[in-house]
Design a protein around this ligand. Structure first.
Ligand code: SF4
Ligand code: SF4
Length: 91
């Protein structure tokens, strides 16, 4: 599978819901658990903080890629959920 970078699919929002985010987000001091919508995701799955200084670094640095995003939001959810499982330390 290729991992070339691509443009974010506007209105996808999968990476703002599926993965856990461990760094603080404005209004979510402890980040967010996997599967929970970020507070800043609009109903049409856009980031309300896009382009604003308070948008977290972790979001600014995230590079959309075919490996992560797949070809649809549904594919992205599946890929992100499996990445989440692969990167969650077992207790
Ligand atoms: S999963 Fe990829 S396409 Fe979807 S919102 Fe995130 S970066 Fe954009
Ligand atoms: S701040 Fe924006 S880009 Fe970051 S997780 Fe929330 S909605 Fe997504």
């Amino acid at each position: 599978m290729s991992n070339y970078t691509m443009d974010c699919r506007i209105g996808c929002g999968a990476c703002c819901i599926a993965p856990s985010i461990s760094s603080a987000l404005p209004g979510m001091a402890n980040g967010k658990p996997a599967g929970v919508r970020c507070l800043h995701l609009t109903r049409d799955n856009r980031c309300k903080l896009f382009g604003k200084p308070e948008r977290p670094d972790v979001c600014n640095k995230l590079q959309p890629s075919e490996d992560m995003c797949g070809r649809s939001a549904q594919e992205a959810f599946i890929r992100l959920a499996s990445l989440e499982r692969a990167t969650t330390p077992s207790r």
